[in-house]
Design a protein around this ligand. Structure first.
Ligand code: G3H
Ligand code: 13P
Ligand code: ZN
Length: 387
């Protein structure tokens, strides 16, 4: 069934594990993701970023999508998650990743998202609070969960802790939860987005621990989120490069560190890069094993676009010629099935080990099966209780 993200994170918090959250960029990936979570008996937390929503509207210039594009794409993603998730035996939540405005939040909720992130981390603190509070005011009456962000994720050096630190301040995090009423908070503690996180990156786990401790002392019933947490398996990097790719200095977060923080305060771990890499590795393998497909009327252009930019590992940048397959899941020729299976398997290969390691495997039953309407009622009652 579809549930608000809060239900999934409550189970993680109460049982001492983290739920991995995976970014989706095609109907086939959503289908495959739900399936692998079912096999693992794990709750499913799927996300679409603003650019993913624009892309899923069919706009190839998805990094510059309009609000209309994002609204249209949110409906496509929402419908696919409903198609595969509504009757699933595992609880499924659909979360907006890095929403930047209230308008995008509204479009995603209208499209069927059960959770939203509002990322005001680049704003001055008071403006971040204001924007996040506004989103909470809008989303909670729908029963929709809200994640905020505090602190800036960047290539900050290890062990930097000074007035200039962009890491999250645990005391300010507590203030942020209190002032905004948000459910979850992305913290900055040493991770960063993308494939170049630095070799031997060390997470400042004490920031997660201190923040969670402060929250417990203040009776804040919220959850901490680790962004930029791909593990960038070196086998993917080596294989992609051996097949003509050019990924330099690609290192992720050592998975043991993520396992560690998933047991001491972090309840949601975001992963996108690992999926992109697994899919691209699979697509490269396909064209290497079947050179005749390079001239396929259906997927030959995909190969041309893939080899044109060896540094690129985002399938969205070379799957433009098969947009109907991406946004409708339609596969009118066996060559398209072969390509789509690369995306399906990439999702499953990247996700399965992390569901085990972060601890959500076999935890589906622990999630309270609560609807958005029931969650909306809960928020209303809590608000009354607070007055
Ligand atoms: O945190 C960002 C995610 O990796 C989403 O990336 O905006 O390119 O879809 P995207
Ligand atoms: P990665 O780039 O490490 O996969 O981070 C994903 C993320 O934080 C999405 O919000
Ligand atoms: Zn992120």
């Amino acid at each position: 069934m579809l549930v608000p993200m809060r239900a999934i994170l409550e189970a993680a918090d109460q049982n001492g594990y983290a739920q991995a959250a995976f970014n989706m960029n095609s109907v086939s990936q959503i289908e495959a993701a739900v399936k692998i979570h079912e096999i693992m008996e794990s709750p499913a937390l799927l996300q679409g970023a603003e650019a993913s929503n624009a892309y899923m509207s069919g706009n190839l210039d998805f990094m510059h999508g309009t609000l209309e594009d994002k609204a249209a794409g949110a409906k496509v993603i929402g419908a696919a998650v409903k198609q595969y998730g509504a009757d699933s035996p595992v609880p499924v939540a659909l979360h907006l990743d890095h929403g930047k405005t209230l308008e995008v939040v509204k479009a995603c909720i209208a499209g069927g998202y059960t959770s939203v992130m509002i990322d005001g981390s680049s704003l001055p603190y008071e403006q971040n609070v204001e924007l996040t509070r506004e989103v909470v005011k809008y989303a909670h009456p729908y029963g929709v969960t809200v994640e905020g962000e505090l602190g800036v994720l960047a290539g900050v050096e290890d062990h930097v802790f000074s007035a200039a630190s962009t890491y999250t301040n645990p005391v300010q995090a507590v203030d942020f939860f209190k002032k905004t009423g948000c459910d979850a908070l992305a913290i900055s503690y040493g991770t960063q987005h993308g494939p170049n996180k630095g070799k031997d990156t060390k997470i400042r786990r004490e920031i997660a621990i201190a923040t969670k401790e402060c929250m417990m002392h203040e009776g804040i019933n919220g959850f901490l989120v680790s962004h930029g947490s791909s593990t960038v398996p070196q086998e993917y990097v080596q294989e992609i490069n051996a097949m003509g790719g050019d990924l330099q200095n690609a290192y992720g977060i050592d998975v043991q560190q993520l396992v560690d923080v998933s047991r001491c305060g972090i309840n949601k771990i975001n992963v996108d890069t690992d999926i992109r890499m697994a899919c691209t590795r699979n697509v490269m393998r396909l064209f290497a094993a079947h050179p005749e497909l390079r001239d396929s009327k259906y997927i030959g252009q995909v190969y041309a676009d893939l080899v044109a930019k060896p540094k690129n590992f985002d399938p969205r940048n070379y799957c433009g010629s098969v947009m109907q397959m991406i946004v409708r899941g339609s596969e009118p020729h066996p060559d398209l099935v072969l390509l789509n299976n690369c995306l399906r398997q990439g999702v499953q290969q990247a996700c399965a080990p992390l569901l085990v390691q972060f601890g959500s495997c076999r935890k589906a039953k622990l999630v309270q099966p609560i609807t958005l309407e029931q969650m909306a009622d809960r928020y209303k009652k809590e608000e009354k209780g607070a007055i």
